[in-house]
Write a protein that binds this ligand. Structure first.
Ligand SMILES: C[S@@+](CC[C@H](N)C(=O)[O-])C[C@H]1O[C@@H](n2cnc3c(N)ncnc32)[C@H](O)[C@@H]1O
Length: 300
């Protein structure tokens, strides 16, 4: 089912393959990544169809370009943030879209890329920018914000109940030495939570929530998602679909509430009464799919 190189397995690919599209449809993959989902959609498209792929990471775009060079439909790849999707479509003379798709978060390749500094399992320079044109890194944040600001950020974006303890531990560590690496941050979190970074009693790494919070803050992830959802109805043709895959409850809540509000306002029909999740089989093959939730709505 998956068509990208082994480094990244596209989640919920079976559902994506079932989304019906006209041969001449215009499809926007707002998070093209390595192009796995895009290739699935493009299978339904003829030469008259268009696939527009967006990504903020040049490496992802380069990989997508390599992986999608044999498609018969028109392929446009643009480096931009999906928050700017309306401008991107205008610049490419696209008026209406039949499917807008977003698979939020990061690819496995980005997680293991030492230049990105996203992993709590490997020691990397603490960076976390998906778009290297952004100026503020995760290290800038942990070394500059005051204790309350850090605690609030870790609580709000990581839903971490021990956020105050972790913030205190960050302030104490950085008074001795600037925090530069992911391993240093992991040790600081573990010290705050009184756990051993190497012992794995829980399935979830103790630094998961703190890392999630920082990544969201560095990349303004929730704000970008809200901007993307806000403009989407104007871009969709009648019966056009919007499908979003999220990986944590903060994102999923934003998508769920947006679709519900727009259903109430007569803008969308919700196509997935409950979010689509991965089968046990898929989770076994690709543990990352465990937390994936796909919601789809149709433009009325
Ligand atoms: C989970 S991967 C997508 C994988 C893709 N669906 C596939 O099957 O290969 C998410 C991608 O979205 C990109 N991304 C994250 N936030 C973005 C944003 N605000 N605008 C555009 N791209 C974004 C990331 O750089 C990453 O390449």
């Amino acid at each position: 089912m998956n068509n990208t190189p082994a480094e990244h397995i596209s989640v919920l690919a079976e559902f994506a393959a079932g989304i019906s599209l006209k041969k001449n449809a215009v499809v926007v993959d707002a998070t093209i990544g390595l192009g796995g989902h895009a290739r699935i959609f493009a299978k339904s498209l003829s030469k008259e169809g268009t696939l527009l792929g967006l990504d903020i990471d040049q490496n992802s775009l380069d990989a997508a370009k390599r992986n999608l060079d044999d498609l018969q439909c028109k392929v446009l790849l643009v480096r931009d943030n999906f928050a700017n999707i309306a401008e991107v479509l205008r610049q490419n003379n696209i008026e209406k879209v039949d499917l807008v798709f977003a698979d939020l978060g990061i690819c496995s390749v980005q997680l293991s890329d030492s230049a990105r500094g996203l992993s709590f399992n490997e020691n990397m320079k603490l960076d976390m920018r998906l778009d290297d044109r952004l100026s503020v890194t995760a290290a800038d944040i942990v070394n500059s914000i005051d204790e309350k600001g850090l605690a609030d950020m870790i609580y709000r974006f990581g839903e971490e109940r021990a956020s105050r303890k972790i913030a205190r531990s960050i302030i104490s560590a950085r008074s001795r030495k600037k925090i530069d690496t992911t391993a240093e941050l992991v040790n600081i979190v573990c010290r705050a939570l009184k756990c051993d970074p190497l012992s794995r009693r829980s399935k979830i790494h103790p630094a998961t929530k703190t890392f999630q919070a920082l990544r969201i803050a560095v990349n303004s992830e929730l704000e970008n998602l809200e901007r993307f959802l806000a403009v989407s109805p104007d871009l969709l043709s009648k019966d056009g679909k919007i499908a979003v895959i999220s990986f944590h409850s903060l994102e999923d809540r934003i998508v769920k509430n947006d679709f519900r509000r727009k259903k109430k306002d007569g803008i969308y029909e919700i196509a997935t009464k409950k979010p689509v999740t991965a089968s046990l089989d898929e989770i076994r093959q690709n543990p990352r799919s465990r937390s994936a939730k796909l919601r789809m709505a149709v433009r009325l």
